[in-house]
Design a protein around this ligand. Structure first.
Ligand code: KIV
Length: 266
């Protein structure tokens, strides 16, 4: 598949081909993700923690998200570029959410936004999708609600938890979202939601039964070690490799073995 991936491509993959989504926050990470063949590049608000060093995703601003979405967009050729709406940019009401979502579509190369929330956000999702803004939903563990939840807690457990999760997922679908992230839910709950919905589910900490999977790039590359959740698989140890390379450079400079003749002009 070489043509540009759209929300129609993603919708058509439901139940057929697993959807691969990864986060990226700048030009090189988006470029490599795209070259690796991911279907969706998400400029997640996890940017706040893994790149900008905030404790949670709550403090990140519209301006920071726009800046990084523009940078990632320059590297993103084929995959669908999705921008995460930061906390405070959509909760006030549908009109406010529309204004901020428009900024992503007008001022960056993103073709879609993502926002957290189920039943309570359905009216806003409907308002956006009825006005030509493609929305990816996000239910289950919603990191922007960390203070409300009193920490990061698995959602959808027990009969009541599962019912609430199904209600949220259905509300997001019925409001017009073209796909939905399921985060931090038991794999059986994710299986039920995936079976019930007509739109693709993309899981993170939601087990193997979703229509697709997403990981935070810095987690999978080993570039963030403040907290490593159970669901993360590390595919590289780039943080350690980065430190090794910088140490070697420092040693060469200290011992005056760099720069050599081959790095110098006559
Ligand atoms: O911000 C983010 O990276 C996300 C993914 C974990 C889905 O929302």
């Amino acid at each position: 598949m070489t043509e540009k991936i759209t929300i129609n491509t993603i919708k058509a993959m439901k139940g057929l081909d697993p959807i691969v989504m990864v986060t990226a926050y700048d030009y090189p990470s988006a470029l490599y993700a795209d070259r690796a063949g991911v279907h969706i590049t998400l400029v997640g608000d996890s940017l706040a923690q893994v790149v900008l060093g905030y404790d949670t995703t709550v403090p990140i601003t519209m301006e920071e998200m726009l800046h990084h979405t523009r940078a990632a967009g320059r590297g993103c050729q084929r995959s669908l570029l999705v921008a995460d709406m930061p906390f405070g940019s959509y909760q006030k009401g549908p009109a406010d959410a529309f204004e901020n979502a428009c900024r992503f579509l007008k001022e960056t190369p993103a073709h879609s936004v993502k926002l957290e929330g189920g039943v309570t956000m359905a009216e806003t999702i409907n308002y956006l999708t009825m006005r030509s803004i493609p929305v990816m939903g996000h239910v289950g563990l919603m990191p922007q609600s960390v203070h409300q939840m009193g920490g990061y807690r698995v959602q959808g457990r027990g009969k009541e938890g599962l019912r609430a999760l199904l209600d949220d997922a259905r509300a997001v679908q019925d409001a017009g979202a073209y796909s939905i992230v399921l985060e931090g839910v038991p794999m059986e709950a994710a299986r039920q939601v995936t079976r019930e919905l007509a739109i693709p589910t993309i899981g993170i900490g939601a087990g193997p039964h979703c229509d697709g999977q997403v990981l935070v790039l810095n987690d999978l590359l080993g570039l963030y070690d403040q907290f490593v959740p159970k669901f993360v698989k590390r595919y590289a140890e780039m943080g350690k490799e980065m430190e090794r390379a910088i140490r070697e450079f420092a040693k060469d400079v200290t011992e005056r073995t760099f720069p050599g003749k081959e790095h110098s002009y006559e």
